[in-house]
Design a protein around this ligand. Sequence first.
Ligand code: GDP
Ligand code: MN
Length: 390
Amino acid sequence: MDLHEYQAKRRFHKFGIPVPLGKVAYTPDEAATIAQELGGLVVVKAQVFTGGRGKAGGVKLAKNPDEARTHAEAILGMDIKGHKVHKVLIDPGANIKKELYLSITNDRAARRPLLMCSAEGGMDIEEVNRTMPEKIVRIHIDPLLGLRGYQIVEVASQIDLPRHLWRQFNKICRALYECFTQSDATLCEINPLAIVEENGEEILKALDGKMSIDDNALFRQKELADERDTSAEPPEEIQAREADLSYVKLDGQIGCMVNGAGLAMATMDMTGHFGEAYGIGPANFLDIGGGAGPEKVAAALRIILADPNVKAILINIFGGITRCDDVARGLLTALDEVKTDLPLVIRLVGTNQEEGLKIIEEANLPNTQGARTLYEAAQKAVEIVREGMN
Ligand code: GDP
Ligand code: MN
């Protein structure tokens, strides 16, 4: 689960990281009112779950409330990389001297958190990583020892941070690590962590904030779970979560509906295997889980059909405790409710498979083929997509 910038910064603030204390606006008038309250220069920022808002025109400085209103008018409703803007953050403007980068993530391979820091902040960190990876300092944190003072000193010296900011930097790094662990986060990122001038003094301030929380920890992160903004998440993912399905969208044309994660992966591999030469592959990973009744199958179908890239649907179900005849009936009910013209390839195997296949055959579904093996099913699905390409 991702947090919006304003949510992440509020959380950073709680842990003692200096942030601009702004407010969220849903309308241009609200934006103007907040700008009036804050007084002076403000920055109007789109709140969406994607980076690079600055480049996309989603971050604008405003000298007065009228300008804030105009910018908010332009930014609200804007589409940034497929994310529609529903709210903007109005922050007091900062006098930026330099932009740094600071983040903590999990390094799975090293089995410990990783702190990354760079003097080349503000811009796209992936770009920095590509063109000058040596400009990013990487420090692994021993989860039993925590982030050590000497490690922070090492980072500060490697990025050539001016001496007078080391104390603040130390405090911010510690707070960020505390925030990371206490929140069960998988990412805490400040880009830019800016050196700003305030009242003739240079200080460090988190002008941007990004946090992702481990979904598996939300049961014990009640406060964070309550902050979830589903209106800003991709609709298919919300639908999938609500229907208790695991769904990951991919780039291919074959919509896959499978029960069990292992079988789902095998199905993706097999469609990829036959389709690769033609640029054909799975459109998604979708595990409908065990005991999937008609409602779940219908929900899965709706999610698959919402993807305009899908040209064929491959249904691969292994009936164990869930019997194939039940699955077949569930499928018919679902197909009755969620109409589709797309070709279907259905493979049912396991308990009561003959009964299941018979139910499908007798339903005389248009544009539907059965398959005995996964091999055959994948080949058929690829063949259908190929024909459509010509
Ligand atoms: P992102 O593009 O989505 O990462 O959005 P950011 O919040 O990082 O903003 C992009 C850029 O806008 C920053 O790197 C800054 O250069 C600039 N920016 C953000 N807030 C302020 C501010 O208060 N004052 C000034 N002058 N620039 C700002
Ligand atoms: Mn940023």
